[in-house]
Design a protein around this ligand. Structure first.
Ligand code: AMP
Length: 410
């Protein structure tokens, strides 16, 4: 099955082939023909499954038809939980729709000035991607008109509810035409999300691709012991010089250590940038754009700042400081292994941090392999392996491990 067979036509097909999308992902194959036919959809899928293109491609294709009424309000509205996701979806709309004549989009997100958003709302728009709070501000000021709206998309609906946006979503939906198309994407369709989904959609087709192997990212997990900060820094340097590292996110514990590490790596000649919560939204957006464009090879980030980053070129994640919570570990390593690619996650572990590994392994149910970089072995060999979850699989004794992966990386 290819995109043309799913009903996608020029000019999107050219954009897709230039982007190297050789075949549709499972969620795209299932959702595109139904969305093109105007059906409502309830889709359980995850970030990384290709869900943005699964709704954006058919909706852009439908924009080729004339609007159903005159006016300047958007024909497509996408609601997303975070600024980062909203801006990513807006960028995707512009990228996929690059060949469409005069596609006009606006990202209406919090934390950014109103001026540009208001100017965009004064002109005709095709696609609006918004976070619920800022959109309600604009609605409250009477700046946005939904009489032309054809399709409403709720992206990551479960996260929007987790973040307390239920009342905002209900207030927004109350302004939408009744005969719209509604597409709801969520990691889960159970519980409150399921109830919301049923209220907002009509005769929706359910698509459940949660169980397809494609979703399971192929991430190799490795741990290196470090004697002290100096040793950790040398390990990091050696890892980053490895031939297999395309792009890398390095996690540090605090904003301060993020900046310090960034400076250190810049001095060592890496193209590196920092990302943390104290930065202005505009600065964060530019930093992520440079990462996406491949201008930045190494991003040093805090947990909060890096949530939701989706850049296919990220081949490695390095935990310079071990994550405090096992859950953070999962979010961190999920920055690699995107879009069906494989990835490597390396945790640099001080001897005093060992107990954290046990928590992580328990949480993920997956063992983390201990490795060493020849020439940079820790002075203290790790004590006999931790009590790991009893599961079948390759031997995990450190001494059994070939070190080929890191050879020649310094
Ligand atoms: P998403 O799940 O929408 O966040 O997409 C995850 C990543 O997959 C993005 O980097 C997309 O550019 C990429 N992607 C989406 N569809 C395809 C496809 N059919 N082939 C290759 N990459 C894709």
């Amino acid at each position: 099955m290819n995109f043309a067979e799913l009903g996608i036509g020029a000019p999107m097909l050219d954009v897709l082939s230039r982007a190297g999308y050789t075949e549709p992902t499972a969620v795209q194959a299932a959702a595109i023909p139904l969305a093109l036919a105007g059906r409502d959809l309830l889709v359980s899928s995850h970030t990384g499954s290709g869900k943005t293109a699964a709704f954006m491609l058919p909706l852009l294709q439908r924009l080729k038809a004339a609007p159903r009424s005159p006016g300047r309000g958007p024909r497509v509205l996408v609601l997303a939980p975070t600024r980062e996701l909203a801006m990513q979806v807006d960028a995707a709309a512009l990228a996929y729709g690059a060949g469409l004549p005069r596609l006009r989009t606006a990202a209406l997100v919090g934390g950014t000035p109103y001026g540009l958003q208001i100017r965009k709302l004064e002109r005709p728009l095709d696609v609006v991607v918004a976070t619920p709070g800022r959109l309600l501000d604009h609605i409250g000021s009477g700046r946005i008109d939904f009489s032309r709206l054809e399709t409403l998309v709720l992206d990551e609906a479960d996260r929007m509810l987790d973040m307390g946006f239920l009342a905002d979503i209900e207030a927004i939906v109350a302004r939408m035409p009744q005969d719209r198309q509604t597409l709801l994407f969520s990691a889960t369709l159970d519980g409150v999300v399921g109830q919301l989904a049923r209220r907002l959609t009509r005769d929706a087709q359910r698509i459940d691709i949660g169980a397809t192997p494609e979703r399971k990212a192929d991430i190799e997990q490795v741990m290196l012991f470090a004697d002290d900060l100096r040793h950790k820094t040398r390990l990091l340097d050696a890892l980053l010089r490895g031939a297999e590292v395309r792009q890398c996110v390095v996690f540090a514990a605090t904003k301060r250590s993020t900046e310090d590490l960034c400076g250190l790596l810049a001095d060592s000649g890496f193209s590196v940038a920092a990302l943390h919560g104290d930065m202005q939204q505009g600065q964060r957006t530019r930093t992520l754009q440079r990462l996406r464009d491949g201008q930045t090879q190494v991003l040093v980030a805090t947990d909060v700042a890096a949530r939701g980053i989706d850049v296919a070129g990220i081949s490695h994640v390095i935990n310079f400081d071990a994550p405090r919570q096992a859950e953070d570990y999962v979010h961190r390593i999920g920055r690699t292994g995107r879009a069906g690619r494989s990835g490597v996650a390396v945790t640099l572990m001080g001897h005093h941090e060992r107990h954290r590994v046990r928590d992580i392994e328990r949480f993920t149910g997956q063992p983390i392999r201990i490795d060493v970089i020849p020439g940079l072995e820790p002075r203290f060999r790790p004590a006999p392996a931790f009590k790991r979850p009893a599961r079948p699989g390759p031997s995990r004794r450190p001494s059994d491990r070939p070190h080929a992966r890191w050879q020649g990386t310094r």
